[in-house]
Design a protein around this ligand. Structure first.
Ligand code: KG4
Ligand code: ZN
Length: 329
């Protein structure tokens, strides 16, 4: 069984190896839409209320006696939120006398494409794009990761959400913006594309939100929402695709994956698919249900860690920040 409470989704899953039996996600999005973002204490309290019902539902009639281990995200994330999942996991592990496995949230995202393709070739490059992270990672083997590039400021999901807010969409906004972009002209508004054309595999999205703010101020009620959304989406997706393909070319790997909340973006998925086809490189996006935060991906990563013999102590803590490569194999 796996638990995930690192940000604003309370989730529990039952996973058998790479097979996902259940994956229950209770989202707090409506709660945080009122404040336009996640208030950590509010998130933690909502996790407390949701965690046991979510666990109960994920069992699908099974009992604690049927499981091998309890896996839980303990890093990185909001400390109050993480501690709800970790405390619940410890209590269940004590009650059921089962071992605990602590999982790095990003390793969950990183391994989620394996649910789509168990034979995913190694090494491969993963473009990990979420509300808190934007990284290009070389997956040399399970547990052996190398960061090739990362954002120098805002994450891609943050760029989507902050721009969406300026256009008047409710939090988190990324998905609504991408839907509005469907009928828009991406060339209508000129927006900066951070670090494009440069050697580095890093990203930068902080200039975009200032430019979007200026665009909104200048155009006022003349602003064409669909065209603005399409132009913003192009300014985010463009460098993601450019750098991901550069990473594939430079490392010579035979496969690219994309994972994290922003991996649900249709324009990003189809642009990466087309570029991979051109190079005869396999493209394996995370399944849509596993893009945004969920416990099934934590179960996938936890199963692999459990098989390696990893067991966590009941004294193990949670951490707001943690390198992906820390505690790696
Ligand atoms: O992985 P995730 O649930 O949370 C983090 O670990 O950060 O990612 C959430 C992010 C939000 O920024 C949300 O706006 C974005 O993923 N997102 C999208 C789409 N669906 C979710 N961004 C662009 N297009 C989408 N379709
Ligand atoms: Zn996440």
């Amino acid at each position: 069984m796996a638990l995930e409470t690192s940000c604003d989704e309370t989730s529990a899953a039952w996973v058998e190896g790479l097979s996902i039996v259940s994956n229950v996600v209770s989202s707090q999005i409506d709660l945080h839409a009122r404040t336009g973002g996640v208030v950590p204490e509010v998130a933690a309290r909502a996790h407390v209320e949701a965690v046991l019902p979510v666990v109960q539902e994920s069992l699908c009639g099974r009992s604690g006696a049927d499981l091998d281990a309890i896996c839980v995200t303990n890093r990185p994330g909001l400390l109050g939120a993480l501690s709800v999942g970790v405390t619940a996991a410890k209590a269940l592990a004590q009650a059921w006398r089962k071992p605990l496995v602590m999982v790095h949230h990003l390793e969950g995202h990183l391994l989620s494409p394996f649910a789509e393709c168990p034979d995913l070739p190694l090494p491969h490059v993963c473009l990990l794009v979420s509300g808190g992270h934007t990284e290009l990672i070389l997956v040399e083997d399970l547990g052996r990761y190398r960061i090739l590039g990362e954002t120098r400021d805002d994450a891609a999901g943050e760029a989507f959400d902050k721009s969406a807010r300026l256009l008047g969409f409710a939090y988190p906004g990324g998905r609504a913006l991408s839907e509005a972009a469907r009928s828009g002209d991406p060339k209508r508004y000129r927006l900066p594309v951070g670090l494009s054309g440069e050697e580095t595999l890093d990203f930068s999205f902080s200039g975009l939100k200032t430019a979007v703010w200026r665009m909104v101020e200048k155009e006022q009620d003349q602003l064409n929402l669909a065209d603005a959304a399409a132009s913003i989406q192009a300014a985010i997706v463009g460098p993601l695709v450019e750098k991901a393909m550069r990473a594939v070319d430079e490392t010579g790997v035979g496969a690219l994956t994309v994972a994290g909340g922003v991996a649900a973006n249709g324009a990003l998925r189809s642009a990466l698919q087309a570029e991979c086809e051109r190079r005869s490189v396999a493209f394996v996006p995370a399944p849509l249900a596993l893009c945004t935060d969920n416990a099934a991906m934590i179960g996938l990563a936890g199963s692999f860690r459990f098989a390696l013999g990893e067991r966590a102590s009941f004294d193990e803590d949670c951490f707001a920040t943690a390198e992906l490569t820390q505690g790696a194999r």
